[in-house]
Design a protein. Structure first.
Length: 393
């Protein structure tokens, strides 16, 4: 019979399912259950000759005309080798985003990424990605889902962009591992938000206040000796926080007044030598190593280094009225001081351990200061020469 709206209304069953196939559209039919539910479906043979049935949707959720149209589309897909029933089965049994993320961390990041990178990835996963998408099937997550979430984080563009970047990386690996089809990364088409790079530099007065505050806070026991030492070394060396926290005594060469870092961001370039200014040299000469602990900045756990400097830093900067200064700004300020001293950008990049000139280029406007001063001197000489020439005339 031909399935019509009238036929659908009259179809009913007593105790078991009833299947009715449409004579006008082969393979298209409707299943009627004892409870009255009517579901549109197709029956077909896949490319291996196996008979399959596929549910299109329930009457009420879709209309008869919509079901016929979808049946024709599916039949075209089947003619080209598709198997919608098998595809649905794979989708329902596919890995979750949480499972893919764990594999990414264990199989890709472990042994390749630095500890700090692993911690940053884990923070993004626990804070943003897994609470929102962890239970999603990887084949279920759409670009629209990711775009909407990325937009919801626009007020914190740094977090929004890092979350998007990590999702892209995770799903790129999902493609390589065959978990999702090629070119289906849901995060790939999306663009990051513009981030306003903030360079905060300490003035001479702020440096003086900061050192005085450190001395006072340490004297009163409000921050520990090694916490204070870590902050001072960050100020005096321009090193990254991770480089100071993981600094070991074997890396300290007091004879030649330098640190020899084999744990740093640009470690593929080998050991990074950091020269020590007088204050840093004096600090390290008077900082006693702890027996059994290889680290300069000693932590609470036996044999370990200090893990978190944020709490003591917040205490110090608040007391010094420097609430807008981040720990990483101490590194920027070191570069600012170097530029103010007339050092070239390549030299500043060497001191900071930058892997590319582009990274150091942000300090170009600071390095201009000595050049401006030189121009003033040259201008004065030229002016004197002109006056002398006028006098001779």
């Amino acid at each position: 019979m031909r399935i019509t709206k009238t036929v659908l209304r009259e179809l009913s069953t007593n105790d078991k399912d009833l299947l009715v196939w449409d004579d006008a559209q082969p393979g298209f039919g409707v299943r009627v259950k004892a409870n009255g539910t009517k579901t549109f479906m197709i029956q077909y043979r896949n490319q291996f000759g196996r008979m399959r049935r596929y549910s299109i949707g329930r009457l009420g959720d879709i209309t008869l005309d919509q079901a016929r149209k979808e049946a024709r589309r599916l039949k075209s897909e089947i003619a080209l080798g598709g198997d919608p029933a098998e595809k649905r089965k794979e989708n329902r049994s596919s890995a979750t985003v949480e499972e893919l993320a764990e594999r990414y961390m264990n199989d890709h990041c472990e042994g390749r990424c630095k500890e700090s990178t692993m911690q940053a990835h884990r923070w993004l996963l626990d804070k943003f990605i897994l609470p929102k998408f962890g239970k999603y099937r990887v084949l279920e997550l759409s670009t629209q889902d990711v775009a909407a979430y990325h937009k919801s984080l626009k007020d914190t563009p740094y977090n929004a962009n890092r979350t998007l970047g990590l999702l892209k990386s995770i799903f790129n690996k999902g493609e390589q591992w065959g978990i999702i089809p090629p070119n289906t990364n849901p995060a790939a088409p999306l663009k990051v938000y513009r981030e306003n790079k903030r360079n905060r530099f300490l003035s001479s007065k702020e440096y003086r206040t900061l050192f005085q505050t450190l001395d006072e806070q340490e004297r009163l026991g409000l921050i520990g000796t090694y916490q204070a030492a870590a902050i001072r070394l960050l100020i005096l060396t321009g090193c990254r926080l991770s480089e100071i926290l993981t600094l070991q005594w074997r890396m300290v060469d007091l004879t030649h007044r330098r640190l020899l870092l084999d744990r740093h961001k640009t470690d593929r370039k080998g050991i990074k030598a950091v020269p020590l200014v007088n204050q840093a040299q004096f600090l390290l000469e008077n900082l006693s190593p702890v027996p059994g602990n290889p680290y300069v900045i000693v932590g609470k756990e036996e044999g370990c280094h200090l893990v978190n400097l944020q709490k003591p830093w917040r205490r110090v900067r608040k007391e010094a009225n420097l609430d807008d200064v981040r720990i990483h700004d101490l590194r920027h300020s070191f570069a600012s001081a170097a530029a103010g001293a007339g050092l070239s950008l390549p030299m500043i990049g060497g001191l900071l351990g930058h892997s590319s000139p582009q990274t150091t280029a942000r300090y170009a406007h600071l390095a201009q200061t000595p050049i401006d001063q030189a121009a003033i001197v040259v201008g004065a000489v030229l002016e004197q020469n002109q006056k002398k020439a006028d006098a001779d005339d």
